[in-house]
Design a protein around this ligand. Structure first.
Ligand code: PMP
Ligand code: GLN
Length: 384
């Protein structure tokens, strides 16, 4: 393994899911739902396969039906208008969108500012692209993890090429506010930075929080690459269909990288996702309501089991602090938890450069059936 990748080893998700399997534990580690997405959308995939649509290489940028559906979704939900032919690119999940974007836009030595804790692939992809990551730490403040805007401003240097942001944020569940995004936009414009915004949890926002796409802020549309994914929104993480929306020059750059990564993305699922994006609002509302109920079940269970819970405003993850349990090392805690309680979780420290800042935090996924969440909570309480 080369020096760029050596520090990353195996992803924590693979490690923890293997541990869940080998110990027969409830897996609240890796974020994937234990119920599949809508039946009618699965049927749409079967129909595409059977009718011979997408069984051979689809068009490089993605099938026109899906690009049109992605653009229509951005327009309908956010009033953002993108040309399906020049401003939309279909990718193999958001993971490839992140990789292709960073590989396309970074010169070796460029600095990328990302919020810490950051989704693990950001760090690896910045490294593969020869960039340097500059983490800005989100810190607990009145029950959620927040950004210090002065710290963000101070992190920008002559070498900063782009801001890599994520809202709703994995693993903290933070949803950036209008004020925060306004400041981020002001800074990006002032320092002429590109912005890459990972919005895969756009449909999972709770309570009074609202998902505000970064591209809707003044001066942002022309400098922003927005990333989405069908895996999260439709509960088909195995399909690996994601997308990028951005101005033509940026999409064209990302496409240049994508063509040598996967060339094209899997065909039949693109037809099915095109139908999914056109589902009525009732689908998205029911999905959100269901996840909200699950959040409340797990948050209550974790609180009862002695954790300090940061109630997420978005995503399907809950970050907890284990110090009230008399613990302080999330790594050791998560490695021991399967044996101790029959539950798997993720130590947030893996998402930090400043590991000590993340040490006491542990993430639980709640995209699971209610009985599963209740059983996990029972086990955690018993093991206390
Ligand atoms: N970004 C974030 C913040 C995620 O949590 C995930 C996956 N859980 C991804 C990107 C990757 O999405 P995909 O499965 O579509 O590759
Ligand atoms: N994004 C999911 C999570 O945060 C997992 C995806 C993966 O395994 N790479 O749990």
């Amino acid at each position: 393994l080369n020096r760029r990748l050596a520090e990353f080893g195996t992803t924590i998700f693979a490690e923890m899911s293997a541990l869940a399997t080998s110990t027969g534990s409830i897996n609240l580690g890796q974020g994937f739902p234990d119920t599949d997405g809508p039946e009618e959308i699965r049927e749409a995939a079967v129909r595409a396969l059977r009718d011979g649509r997408g069984n051979q290489y689809p068009p490089g940028p993605g099938i026109p039906e899906l690009r049109t559906a992605i653009a229509a979704h951005q327009e309908r939900r956010y009033g953002l208008s993108y040309d399906p032919d020049t401003e939309v690119l279909v990718t193999a999940g958001a993971t490839e969108a992140i990789a292709a974007t960073l590989l396309a836009l970074l010169e070796p030595g460029d600095e990328v500012i990302a919020f810490e804790p950051y989704y693990d692939s950001y760090a690896a992809c910045i490294a593969m692209a020869g960039g340097t990551r500059v983490p800005v730490t989100l810190r607990p403040h009145e029950g959620s993890f927040r950004l210090d805007l002065d710290e963000l401003r101070d992190a920008v240097t002559e070498k900063t090429r782009l801001l890599l942001i994520n809202t709703p944020h994995n693993p903290t569940g933070t949803v950036l506010t209008r004020e925060e995004l306004t400041e981020i936009a002001r800074l990006a414009v002032e320092r002429d930075l590109l912005v890459v915004t990972d919005e895969v949890y756009e449909h999972l926002v709770f309570d009074a929080a609202e998902h505000l796409p970064a591209a809707t802020f003044p001066g942002m549309r022309e400098r922003t690459v927005t990333i989405g994914s069908a895996g999260k929104t439709f509960s088909f993480t195995g399909w690996k269909v994601g997308w990028v929306t951005a101005p033509p020059a940026l999409v064209s750059a990302v496409r240049s990288a994508k063509q040598f990564l996967t060339y094209v993305s899997s065909g039949p699922f693109q037809y099915a996702v095109a139908e999914a994006l056109a589902l009525p609002d009732a689908y998205f509302d029911a999905f959100r309501a269901d996840m909200l109920a699950k959040r409340d079940v797990l948050a209550a269970g974790l609180t009862e089991a002695g954790f300090e819970v940061f109630r997420p405003q978005g995503t399907y993850f809950i970050t907890t602090d284990i110090r009230p349990l008399g613990e302080s090392d999330g790594f050791a805690f998560c490695r021991a938890l399967p044996e101790r309680a029959g539950v798997v979780a993720i130590p947030n420290a893996v998402f930090y450069d400043h590991r000590e800042a993340g040490a006491p935090f542990v993430r639980f996924a709640f995209c699971k059936q209610t009985e599963v969440l209740q059983e996990a909570a029972k086990r955690l309480k018993a093991a206390r």
